[in-house]
Design a binder for this molecule. Structure first.
Ligand code: HEC
Ligand SMILES: [Cu+2]
Length: 468
């Protein structure tokens, strides 16, 4: 029978096939270092933290491959040599083989030691707290956005993390609500944000990655918009970082003359300790009262010549930050890799009146007398000191909003304020557009609940965009 007469050749063919697949996989994996092809890979680490883990992974991979080949070869040989043949006698029973038993105890013990020693060393090294002179970044996870504070610089920002090359960054990870997990695949992580507990994580962006941006994500399921809880990590030169931090620490105003105020680093924010976010209730009641008392500029036509930032948003990426990008205070716009530019479509049913031009002065009044200040802080606007939502001080200098889910441009800002809950399921920010249905409550927004007309929203957006 040809089947039994050629087992060796068949076994050899099977082995060759397996080897071929392994080589193909290996070759396919060669592209992992190219961020354009695999921007979220963990196999091209750019920090010592990432490299430590990568080295460990490689060691395990090589050892595992050697063990696999050894074991599988023995297995195949055994199957072929000792297979059942017609008329063959029963195999004889064997009991005990001291040499073999010692061997198969000692070899795994040696292999496990080779794995354990560097593993434990890496765990201790990467768990240790960074030295105090490292750049300190306090990371707060919120459902569903990231807050970053730089206590040494007095900066509080959201969704966009800036780091200088060559300086160790020490992250203190906390959560405002449920568990989250902090991860920038190209740099390091993941480490969990745990309630009532501070976790630490540090890394040093390598000099070779100057002026690069990466994607960051939440990796611990945290509710409805977990998948929409993203951020951007910008690595810049130390000089650029200092410029960015000085700029972010300064208060922001909407008009050019006021914006000439000193740009020196301001004192650290008053709220240095972080408690649970205050309940939305009382702040909102107060804000609603304010909005009733002072609802200015309803739908009035824009004053001539006043349209900063209020032009309809074009399709180009990240237009909002153009002005500030040109000052060198944020990551250069033309160097943004395409993979950090959000491409999430907006809900089809959410529309905005075309052709409206926003007035930032009017927008500031509406913002300062409306619900917004119950949840948002703007350093430079004493009315706005809420801490439930992202700090909007320099929102005009950010490339993305809403946990980096959307581009920060006129269109997206307008739709966001009109119906944030339709733009991103589950968010705390209420649906605010007049006549809009709040997808969480099913209620229709009216003037009595602080509803905003499209013109008012356009005004607010013009104001926010002026906050570079
Ligand atoms: C009940 C609290 C609350 C109120 C009131 C509120 N917001 Fe928000 N806002 C939030 C939260 C929370 C987020 C973040 C949501 C997310 O991304 O998951 C947010 C996000 C935003 C963002 C995106 C900022 C960024 O960097 O991601 C803007 C802009 C914004 N709000 C503007 C406004 C304006 C304007 C008003 C008033 C008309 C307002 N908000 C009222 C809670 C609130
Ligand atoms: Cu999360």
């Amino acid at each position: 029978m040809p089947f039994v007469s050629r087992p060796r050749r068949r076994a050899a063919a099977a082995l060759m096939g397996a080897a071929g697949v392994a080589v193909a996989l290996g070759l396919a994996a060669c592209g992992v270092g190219d961020p354009r092809t695999y921007p979220n890979t963990t196999f091209a680490p750019h920090t010592e933290f990432g490299r430590d883990i990568d080295d460990l992974w490689n060691l395990l991979l090589y050892l595992g491959t050697a063990v696999f080949i050894f074991v599988e070869t023995l297995l195949v040989i055994t199957i072929v040599r000792f297979r059942h043949r017609p008329g063959a006698p029963r195999p004889k029973h064997v009991h005990g083989n001291t040499t073999l038993e010692i061997l198969w105890t000692v070899i795994p013990a040696v292999v496990l030691t080779i794995i354990a020693v560097p593993t434990v060393r890496t765990i201790f090294r990467t768990q240790a707290r960074a030295e105090p002179n490292a750049l300190q970044v306090e990371v707060y996870g919120h459902q569903w956005w990231w807050e970053f504070r730089y206590p040494q610089y007095g900066v509080t920002t959201a969704s966009e993390l800036y780091m200088p090359t060559g300086r160790k960054v020490n992250f203190a990870l906390r959560t405002a609500d449920v568990l989250h997990s902090f991860w920038v695949p190209e740099l390091g992580g993941k480490r969990d944000l745990i309630s009532n507990h501070v976790n630490y994580l540090w890394w040093t962006p390598a000099d070779s990655v100057a002026e690069t941006a990466w994607n960051g994500t939440c990796n611990e399921y945290c509710g409805a918009s977990h998948a929409n809880m993203r951020f951007r990590a910008f690595v810049v030169s130390p000089a650029e970082f200092e410029r960015w931090a000085r700029h972010q620490a300064a208060p922001a105003f909407f008009n050019a003359s006021a914006a000439a105020a000193p740009a020196a680093p301001a004192a650290p924010p008053a709220r240095t300790s972080f408690g649970p976010a205050p309940a939305a209730g009382p702040a909102l009641v107060r804000a609603v009262a304010n909005v009733r008392g002072a609802q200015p500029g309803k739908g009035t036509a824009p004053a001539p010549g006043e349209s900063p930032g209020g032009s309809p948003g074009g399709p180009e990426a990240m237009q909002v930050a153009a002005a500030v990008a040109d000052t060198g205070a944020v990551f250069p716009r033309d160097r943004l890799p395409s993979y950090v530019i959000p491409a999430v479509p907006t809900p089809a049913q959410l529309k905005f009146t075309p052709g409206l031009v926003g007035d930032p002065a009017r927008g500031q009044k509406i913002f300062s007398g409306g619900l917004c200040i119950g949840c948002h802080t703007i350093k430079g606007n004493p009315m706005a000191a809420g801490v439930i939502g992202p700090n909007l001080t320099h929102v005009g200098s950010r490339y993305t909003i809403a946990g980096s889910l959307y581009k920060n441009d006129t269109d997206h800002l307008r739709l966001w304020i009109k119906n944030a809950r339709l733009m991103k399921p589950g968010v705390t920010m209420p649906t605010l557009g007049m006549g809009q249905v709040d997808p969480q409550t099913g209620a229709t927004v009216t003037a009595a609940t602080g509803g905003l007309t499209d013109q008012q929203i356009a005004d607010i957006v013009a104001y926010l965009q002026a906050l570079k």
